[in-house]
Design a protein around this ligand. Structure first.
Ligand SMILES: [Fe+2]
Length: 174
């Protein structure tokens, strides 16, 4: 973990600081998505979580590659946003036995996670621009952001039932 007390004096410092939190987030999400895929009883959600788990493994590498492009060692810093989200998921897990409620809540957790990730990468790219970093540094993050947006669209489609089938109908299809 990086030293959370070190002073951040310019956009380049802030970029590395936020990148360390992104690396922690993606690393924790690999295990979390594994667990989530095992917990849901809906096939669409299970498949979606499994696919995104594999994508997330690759995202860990892409964030590490961004550190390398900066000429820095990949570093992790505790990301309390993702810690909170995962703690909420665990707390909920012990309380709900109903399958529809359970699957519906997992869809909400997944959508929340994607929104946090999208906002994280958009912020990182803004900071990179302020720091004067070009595509040679940010290219891996642009790829991750595209993947997160695509995942969010797929989950939102499931939530909206854009193929004409309602969410609850889909979630009760076992
Ligand atoms: Fe991710």
């Amino acid at each position: 973990m990086s030293d959370s007390q070190s002073e951040l004096s310019d956009p380049a410092d802030l970029f590395a600081y936020d990148l360390a939190a992104a690396l922690d987030m993606e690393t924790k999400l690999v295990d979390a998505l594994d667990e989530m895929a095992r917990r849901v009883t809906n096939d669409n959600l299970e498949a979606g979580f499994e696919i995104h788990r594999n994508e997330t493994e690759r995202q860990v590498e892409l964030v590490e590659e961004t550190f390398e492009r900066l000429g820095a060692e990949p570093t992790r810093r505790d990301n309390h946003l993702v810690d909170g989200l995962l703690a909420e998921r665990e707390q909920f897990e012990d309380r709900v036995r109903d399958e529809e409620l359970h699957n519906g809540q997992y869809l909400t957790v997944a959508l929340t996670t994607e929104r946090i990730e999208i906002t994280t990468y958009e912020g990182l790219l803004r900071t990179a621009e302020s720091a004067g970093f070009g595509d040679d540094v940010t290219e891996p993050l642009t790829g991750v952001l595209e993947q997160e947006r695509k995942t969010h669209r797929k989950l939102q489609g499931l939530a909206d039932g854009t193929d004409g089938q309602g969410l609850w109908e889909k979630l009760t299809e076992l």
